[in-house]
Design a protein around this ligand. Structure first.
Ligand SMILES: *Cc1c(COP(=O)(O)O)cnc(C)c1O
Ligand SMILES: [Zn+2]
Length: 416
């Protein structure tokens, strides 16, 4: 099957490129490339109803809006990425006095994080271009997602992760049968090594904020929010405010791209507001946003939320724009607030890893700072499942008591 009709535009210099001339980033300035779809052709061929009528509830229901062909792999986890539920936790809404409140749970993806969206679409691209090996650097989740999506269809994958990655994430990489290389260094160092290895060995590189297809996968979450939430809000209601944690800035850029695609197609009237949330120990994008610049100055990252612990965000420019162009903002939270947020979400039955709970902590702070009002519709994205990092979860709760296995001991304990 031939490639779909699309092109690239650099997010820095605005230059246009054909898909045969460039593979990853702008040759002029290293800027991330935006995928430009043939919107007129899509509009001519499809209506909103065509999309809504699809029986497939995974992200592949949006295939007409993706720059890849159907990757096959029916009946495998590759076909189950996306299609995550939105909850309306009444307990939280009541406690905070929120009129409309949703949590979209990305922990329900096949490998338990948002990253499956990107990896599914990158694997589809890899198959289309006949790549033998796909490689990525990862703090853990992107690798687990690539390893899992690859394993689903027999694609070979190589994953570079920092040796400090949480155990559960490393276990996923190994169980999915990827070639795993742990780097005695930071995610950023693993990133650079991966790019070099891909160039040298001809591997297809999925790196976040480098491969233009990750954003195309991640934008499908915006499509789902559009279908699951925005269509239900009455038109006179205020625009939806979406809270999402930010590391490299590729998820928030992906959400922005998805909503922009819908506006371009004439299928969405009011752009939602995007609020990026960063940990105070890893806040390079927020720093740039507040300094009103697109120049991203690296930090020396240190936070319990390993998935958003990034020295130099690789998609920082678009991440700053995502908040600016949607009249959203950035919020910075402390690790202590992230740990508390794990417990708060847990109490309504949602188990989030630290980076997932970060978005909720940011929403609380935004309410406090009056960036959003309780009568505005608010959605929090939980980007990863709590089982990914059990050690962090245990910091959010009190240890359980241990008693002798006797009824006397039980009664004595319950009386306390
Ligand atoms: C990767 C990740 C993020 C951050 O995404 P970026 O694109 O790096 O900003 C947030 N939460 C989880 C669970 C992740 O795995
Ligand atoms: Zn450029």
């Amino acid at each position: 099957m031939s490639e779909k009709n699309f092109s690239y535009q650099c997010s820095i210099c605005g230059n246009h490129y054909g898909t045969t001339s460039v593979k990853y980033t702008c040759p002029q300035d290293g800027g991330n490339l935006n995928v430009i779809l043939d919107y007129d052709a899509i509009k001519e061929e499809f209506t909103i109803q065509d999309i809504l009528a699809q029986r497939d509830s995974s992200l592949w229901r949006y295939l007409p809006l993706l720059p890849v062909n159907d990757p096959g792999g029916e009946g495998t986890p590759l076909r189950m990425a996306g299609g995550t539920p939105v909850y309306q936790p009444g307990g939280i809404a009541e406690m905070l006095g929120l009129k409309y409140f949703w949590v979209k749970d990305e922990g329900r993806n096949p490998t338990a994080s948002f990253k499956d969206r990107a990896s599914a679409v990158v694997v589809a691209r890899a198959r289309e271009i006949g790549a033998e090996v796909v490689v990525t650097a990862s703090t853990g989740n992107a690798g687990a997602a690539l390893a899992g999506m690859s394993a689903a269809v027999g694609q070979k994958s190589v994953i570079f992760a920092p040796k400090t990655a949480p155990q559960a994430k490393v276990a996923q990489l190994l169980v999915f049968g990827a070639q795993v290389i742990l780097v005695d260094g930071s995610y950023d160092e693993a990133f650079d090594l991966t790019v070099q290895a891909a160039d040298e060995f001809g591997w297809y590189c999925r790196n976040t904020g480098y491969n233009p297809f990750t954003v195309e996968g991640k934008k499908t979450a915006a499509f789902e929010i559009w279908e699951q939430v925005i269509m239900d809000i009455t038109p006179k209601c205020q625009p939806l405010s979406i809270f999402v944690s930010v590391g490299d800035g590729n998820i928030i850029s992906g959400l922005h791209k998805g909503f922009k695609d819908l506006v371009e197609l004439g299928w969405l009237e009011h752009m939602p507001r995007l609020y990026g949330v960063q940990a105070s120990g890893s806040a390079a994008v927020a720093n740039a946003f507040f300094a009103n610049t697109e120049v991203i100055t690296p930090v020396s990252a240190n936070t319990i939320a390993d998935s958003i612990s990034v020295d130099l965000p690789r998609d920082g420019v678009r991440a700053v724009r995502a908040a600016n162009e949607t009249r959203g903002s950035y919020v910075v939270v402390e690790d202590q607030e992230i740990i508390k947020a794990i417990a708060a979400l847990g109490k309504v039955g949602i188990f989030a890893e630290p980076a997932g709970a970060t978005a909720y902590a940011g929403m609380l702070k935004a309410l406090e700072e009056k960036l959003v009002q309780p009568d505005q519709p608010i959605l929090v994205l939980n980007t990863g499942n709590g089982l990914k990092d059990v050690k962090a979860a245990m910091q959010a709760v009190q240890a359980a008591p241990i008693i002798e296995p006797s009824f006397t001991a039980l009664k004595k304990h319950l009386k306390k």
